[in-house]
Write a protein that binds this ligand. Sequence first.
Ligand code: TGC
Ligand code: FAD
Length: 387
Amino acid sequence: MVEGSDFLGIFNRLSEEERLVMQTVRDFVREQYLPVIREYHARGEFPMQFVPQLGELGLFGITVPEEYGGAGLSYFIYGLAMQELERGDSGLRSFASVQNSLVMYPIYRYGSEEQKKKWLPLLAGGEKIGCFGLTEPDHGSDPGAMETRAQKTDAGWLLNGAKMWITNGSIADVAVVWAKTDAGINGFLVEKGTAGFTANKIKGKFSLRASDTGELVFEDCEIPEENRLPLAKGLRAPLSCLNEARYGIAWGAIGAAMACYEEARDYALSRVQFGRPIAGFQLVQEKLVEMLTEITKGLLLNFQVGKLKDMGTAKHYHISMVKRNNVHQALQIARSARSILAANGITDEYQTIRHMLNLESVYTYEGTHDIHTLIIGESITGLSAFR
Ligand code: TGC
Ligand code: FAD
């Protein structure tokens, strides 16, 4: 019998360092995170006690150079780590995606030397938490239409507007906020406690319950010039951060899919109906085979795009293809796994329905499935279907 989710022995190609990181994160999730996730999911909270440990494990700033407190590792390793975190819960991977790709990356790529020295080591150690504010209540897929404005003043900038659906929004120490200025879109570091800045937790979510999602409001919020990201100019800057996060999501989704597949297979082998394990029925086998085939294809896509990322040749539309495919397939796999678990699959005694509900958000954020279709469509036809 083939155990686990690596049907073709793809992970046999990993280097010792890659294998070590993957196994370390897998062990952390299995031994420490999984025993408590059910409780935090029910409470609708992110388990904050793990933040320092995630920092110690080097899971923040994975690709950021060591001189700024990062781990200085490859994008390929970053992907493996996201895969194993999302095997636990999409909320855990989301936390790491935001800290790595949407907070540390923009500061590293677009920040001043002072901003990098001040923030990156603190964010890498988990002493400070960040969030990324691009989406607004009325502008999600079309961030270029944002209404948040930063007006130049003698002292710096006056920020007005609101950002919505912001991961880590109500727990962050610093928000990377994108706003329109007279010279186009700029990025600002807005620190917790700044007068005129409030962050409210969004309640009532059925998805990503163990992740903080907030609304950020800016009312005549004074931001010093030294908190503007000096190298970020135009919509291109926040979109470049999305490429980083979308890449990690493509890996993470396969981690969630593996968790669902493995749970469904184990269940099918032990659940007896009509006098035999349900795994022996052809229809159940077909579901398991479809799941494992899609996991295997998703892994191969991740391996290829991971290599392109490390070679510096990954294009944004390559990343759209892996995000779009892998999240879509992970959601189908979670639904199929839930159907094998049947009635037991609707309770939180099993993890599948938690992954299934989480993946609804993952399907929507970082560019919806439809938006990635259009990004890939544009890349192969040269024609934009957005407007
Ligand atoms: P468009 O005119 O196509 O592009 C504007 C400028 O940006 C350039 N560009 C990119 N640059 C880098 N990376 C990319 N992916 C880029 N896509 C486009 C483009 O070349 C142009 O440059 P320039 O120099 O000529 O000005 O822009 P548009 O207004 O037509 O919009 C199209 C687009 C692609 C922005 C839109 O379709 C899109 O991506 N919408 C999705 C929005 C989105 O993904 N939001 C995510 C918010 S963050 C989030 O969800 C975090 S969840 C975190 C978690 O918990 O894990
Ligand atoms: P809309 O843009 O209103 O889209 C509605 C529907 O219309 C979708 O089906 C979409 O595919 C479709 N549609 C839109 N335009 C087109 C088109 N041109 N052609 C065809 N179909 C189209 N944002 C942040 O900035 N930071 C965060 O940290 C963050 N975290 C999030 C966490 C969670 C849990 C969630 C749910 C969202 C988060 N987001 C975050 C916001 C997320 O990026 C947006 O929800 C997403 O970009 C979609 O925007 P929208 O929800 O406004 O949908």
